[in-house]
Design a protein around this ligand. Sequence first.
Ligand code: SF4
Ligand code: SF4
Length: 191
Amino acid sequence: MEILALNPPGSEKDIEAINARLETLDPDAAKSVETCYQCGKCTAGCPAADQMEFPPNQIIRLVQIGQVNVALKSVGIWRCVSCETCSTRCPQKVNIAGVMNTLRLMARERGIQPADREADMFHQAFLQNVRMFGRLFEPMLVGIYNMRSMHLFHDADKGPLLLSKGKLPLFPTSSDSARVRRLFKKALESK
Ligand code: SF4
Ligand code: SF4
């Protein structure tokens, strides 16, 4: 593991950038990661914490002490499933899910390869799917992810049972996909 040096050069700018984005995401939530007092409630409720080398409270701590680069290289930010349990549980109203999202964006902007490539492939396949159909169409998501990750038959045995129970649609259900595409366009333009 990298040797941690407290508050390396540039760390204040990183923290400011993260706080600024948190304010954009939700002006009513706590504006600053500095309000975290390490109670651990976020990590206690996180469904993916056992798959992270730095669980949510430690990611927040890394940001607080200026070690954003360590957080950007961690697998945890890619294994976060954006369920927002952490943000809901936080007594300080820190938008931890927003921090995870912001760190993924910062990693991309700095050309840092995702520490978990398959989790990133899943994120990409998910977004592509929603962009195309306006909502999730599971068979397409599984197909794209399995092809890209080269796990061609992953979970294929579950298909027949899910189909027989009516839990797997054969066709995408209707939705306002044009509106969703406009949202994607707007988000890309505002980058
Ligand atoms: S729940 Fe909030 S205050 Fe507690 S450790 Fe997590 S971010 Fe910090
Ligand atoms: S949003 Fe991410 S970090 Fe927060 S509880 Fe869900 S999986 Fe864990």
